[in-house]
Design a protein around this ligand. Structure first.
Ligand code: HPA
Ligand code: ZN
Length: 343
């Protein structure tokens, strides 16, 4: 098909049908209110909300921190390996329905170990779900351990120490939680150690924080991808660097609107990022909290941004494969499957 002349009313079906990879999903952010209450009951955990509707009504965020407070409260129902497995399987079913063929899942061990849940419990439940996703759904996946940046580098080192026996079960590390006031360089030494261990490196930067945080994620932490990174457009030299080095940005449109990074989807800079030649991708971030999974992010962004065409859709899916940590042969197979949808 001619990618420049596909009618706009055909875009939603194409966006849904195309195979894609998800590279920015906090698995704890996939906990739907119904599952939060089911796990609370199963585990005898009391929640400060009377029910699903009241909890959902609290999902009116003004910034990143206002979300994180509720997100950490929601995660308090996760106690057993089975809980982590159930949560991740629920996500994988949603991903499969959206034609996600590969997902790289963030998890926040410190959110759980701080409540006395052993690291082993967290990773064994998640790893089991990843195996089942491949066997039962044909969805490939990998785990990325995120350090909470509002905590200290010493605490990140302690978490890394706990994770060492499970090095074969996660492929990399990331950096998430409250960005403002917690620049990447705070974690320089722990990321250097993770690099020596052969782990992949990513970091949230330029979501609420300034372009300087993207620079230091690249130059100090030496990350391979930037999570969010939308504020990079404020710095032309940074945009040039990201384009030249093909550093992927894992952009999360619904998240950005929900957390007031952009006032509405019409203000989102996804078109600017793509047209500047950046390897931008579309992702769901915390889909249970932000109004939708992968295809919802694609459809709403394309609906609000009339400059986006079928060519951009193809580019975004191709970018998601390029930006993934899968091997080249696998990427090639995904690209061929993608091209068939657009033939
Ligand atoms: N930003 C930072 N930390 C997070 C996010 C996010 O969007 N989601 C979960 N933890
Ligand atoms: Zn995120």
């Amino acid at each position: 098909m001619n990618l420049d002349t596909v009618p706009r009313d055909r875009l939603p079906a194409l966006l849904r049908a195309m195979p894609k990879a998800e590279l920015h999903i906090h698995i704890e952010g996939s906990l739907e209110p119904e599952l939060i209450f089911a796990l609370a009951e199963r585990n005898g955990v009391a929640l400060p909300y009377p029910g699903v509707e009241a909890l959902r009504a609290a999902y009116a965020f003004t910034d990143l921190q206002s979300f994180l407070d509720i997100y950490y409260a929601g995660a308090s129902v996760l106690l057993k390996a089975q809980d982590f497995e159930d949560m991740a399987m629920a996500y994988f079913h949603r991903a499969k329905a959206d034609n996600v063929v590969h997902a790289e899942l963030f998890f926040d061990p410190q959110t759980h170990t701080a409540r006395g849940v052993p690291f082993e419990t967290v990773i064994s439940g998640l790893a089991r779900a990843c195996r089942r996703a491949q066997d039962e759904l044909g969805v490939s996946s990998a785990l990325i351990l995120c350090f909470l940046r509002h905590l200290s580098e010493e605490e990140a080192f302690a978490t890394l120490e706990e994770a060492l026996p499970y090095l074969g079960q996660f492929i990399g590390v990331g950096l998430d939680s409250s960005e403002r006031g917690h620049p990447p360089e705070k974690f320089a030494r722990v990321f250097a150690r993770c690099r020596e261990l052969g782990l992949h490196l990513v970091a949230h930067a330029g979501e609420e924080g300034p372009p300087a945080y993207v620079w230091s994620a690249l130059d100090v932490l030496k990350v391979e991808r930037i999570d969010h990174g939308v504020r990079s457009v404020e710095d032309p030299a940074l945009m040039q660097r990201l384009a030249q080095e093909r550093v992927p940005l894992t952009v999360c449109p619904l998240s950005n609107v929900k957390l007031c990074v952009f006032e509405t989807m019409r203000e989102h800079n996804l078109v600017e990022l793509l047209d500047a030649g950046l390897v931008a991708t579309v992702n769901s971030d915390d889909p249970a909290y932000f109004g939708g999974y992968m295809n919802q992010n694609f459809v709403e962004a394309f609906e609000a941004l009339p400059q986006l065409t079928a060519r951009h859709a193809h580019q975004l899916a191709a970018n998601s494969f390029e930006a993934s940590f899968a091997d080249e042969a696998q990427k090639q197979r995904w690209r061929e499957a993608l091209d068939k949808v657009f033939a």
